[in-house]
Design a protein around this ligand. Structure first.
Ligand code: ZN
Length: 318
């Protein structure tokens, strides 16, 4: 079995979004319960959150955004800019803990203490842009991890795979002109889904042209189309790019039972995707894969989906 890290911290539950909001603390409790009831905790290396240094956040986000976010929480406001981004007094600190915990995981993987990891964090991150919070996301966790890998660990080929059902617009924008980060996203077609970006012609810009790749999927489609598109688009792209580290924006909202989208992935297809990702990590990046939770709102499905995800990282799933 591999040495798999599991980042989870009860303080991630302190970001409260109110009774009607789908991005609820219960999502994370369900994930933890699934891992615990499957008896996996003793096989995992448990990582607690640490508070991020502000410089790690500033490597991605503007000071103006960081300060507005912190002040909104201190003032006791109930949202930041949009009703999607509900906040409580603890939201800023929770976001700092999530990002800091992920950086701790990055360090442990790069030092060789861990082979790979799953970071069960809230709030999610992939919609957050340099200057803008969006779609339940405040700090772009995966972008912060990628920047840290560049700055601290001098990694020059980072592969990001985003299989959340929504396009990772923030991550794409942040690395749009950066040829050292290959961003791949598969998601529901932007004509039908939030946030309205992620078309096939979006391929990066400047020296980053060709290092962004999007596979939009029409509503109603599922396992067959996802497998075909991943084989057509992602696998050859990563075979050529050969990332030194793979980061995953793991959203489980393309599941057939998740009412956030009209994509109909089975539980088994999520396992298939993760097995392929771990296989690519074995081939190109010495197994280094760090998976970070994004969306996933079918609370009754999250325990099994996260259990399977972690078993594949551990290498213990038959
Ligand atoms: Zn999503």
């Amino acid at each position: 079995m591999r040495r798999t890290g599991f980042l989870y911290d009860e303080r991630f539950l302190l970001h409260r979004t109110g009774p009607e909001h789908p991005e609820s603390p219960e999502r994370l409790s369900a994930i933890h319960r699934g891992v615990e009831e499957a008896g996996l905790l003793s096989s995992l290396i448990l990582i607690s959150a640490i508070r991020a240094k502000q410089e790690w956040i500033e490597a991605v986000h503007s000071m103006k955004l960081i300060m507005r976010f912190e002040e909104a929480c201190l003032w006791g406001l109930d949202m930041l800019d949009h009703a999607d981004n509900r906040i409580s007094r603890e939201t800023f600190e929770t976001a700092m803990l999530a990002a800091g915990g992920i950086i701790e995981v990055v360090d442990r993987v790069m030092k060789g203490d861990l082979d790979n990891a799953f970071c069960a964090v809230r709030p999610p991150g992939h919609h957050a842009e340099v200057n803008r919070v969006m779609g339940f996301c405040f700090f772009n966790n995966i972008a912060i991890a990628a920047r840290y890998l560049q700055d601290k660990w001098r990694i020059r080929k980072i592969g990001i795979i985003d299989f959340d059902v929504h396009h990772g617009n923030g991550t794409q924008m942040i690395f749009d002109d950066d040829p050292s980060v290959f961003f791949y996203s598969i998601h529901e077609h932007p004509s039908f889904a939030y946030p309205g970006t992620g078309r096939e012609f979006e391929k990066g810009s400047g020296s980053g042209l060709g290092f962004t790749l999007n596979s939009p999927v029409l509503p109603g489609q599922g396992d067959k189309e996802y497998k075909e598109l991943l084989q057509r688009d992602l696998f050859p792209a990563f075979q050529e790019f050969k990332p030194e580290v793979i980061l995953v924006s793991a959203g489980f909202d393309a599941h057939i039972d998740d009412d956030m989208s009209d994509i109909k992935l089975s539980t088994e297809c999520f396992s298939w995707i993760m097995e392929k990702i771990v296989g690519m990590a074995d081939r190109y990046s010495h197994g280094k894969v760090i998976s970070i939770l994004e969306g996933g709102y079918a609370i009754h499905r999250l325990p099994e989906l996260s259990k399977n995800h972690i078993e594949i990282l551990l290498g213990s799933k038959a």
